[in-house]
Ligand binder design. Structure first.
Ligand SMILES: [Zn+2]
Length: 158
């Protein structure tokens, strides 16, 4: 009987830690035509896609996941939509994005036109579509920008 109680507590502990531990979270597919979340490498003109890459005298505070212009962007896991998040202060053709939370993480996706800015989505359901990045940066590797709300490195989740 005592062993049974002990085991129950152990199971409960394991269950709870799996709910809380966000470090083991992995992003599912973000763009339909890039099911394995291939990351953007480096472009001749526009720099690299990894976290911390140089952007003039600033740093790239996110991770770029390859995404074709017009592709369908989907929820990487069950998410809550927390409103609009725009990458630029000056407007252009790709200046839109969404703030999301789920799996204990808060993050933003840039260059995406969401169908809506609130509510919830299940993993794999459509968030919206990739905006026409080639129109703004001709020749760039088109991509969605993933940025954690606390500006930490998202790479470990991929
Ligand atoms: Zn980026």
């Amino acid at each position: 009987m005592r062993l049974y109680i002990l085991l129950s507590f152990l199971l409960l502990a394991v269950f709870c830690s799996s709910l809380v531990d966000a470090s083991r979270v992995k992003f599912g597919t973000l763009c339909s035509r890039n099911p394995s979340n291939r990351q953007r490498g480096c472009d001749k003109k526009y720099g690299c896609g990894h976290y911390g890459a140089k952007r003039g005298n600033r740093k790239h505070m996110g991770l770029d996941i390859m995404c074709a212009d017009g592709d369908t962007v989907v929820a990487p896991f069950d998410v809550k939509l927390n409103g609009r998040s725009m990458p630029y202060s000056q407007n252009n053709a790709i200046n839109d994005g969404i703030n999301l939370s789920g799996q204990g993480l808060c993050f933003k996706l840039f260059y995406v036109k969401p169908d809506r800015y609130s509510g919830t989505l299940k993993k794999g359901q459509r968030i919206g579509r990739m905006l026409p990045m080639q129109r703004v940066y001709p020749g760039i590797t088109s991509h969605v920008h993933v940025q954690m709300c606390d500006r930490s490195d998202p790479t470990k989740y991929f």
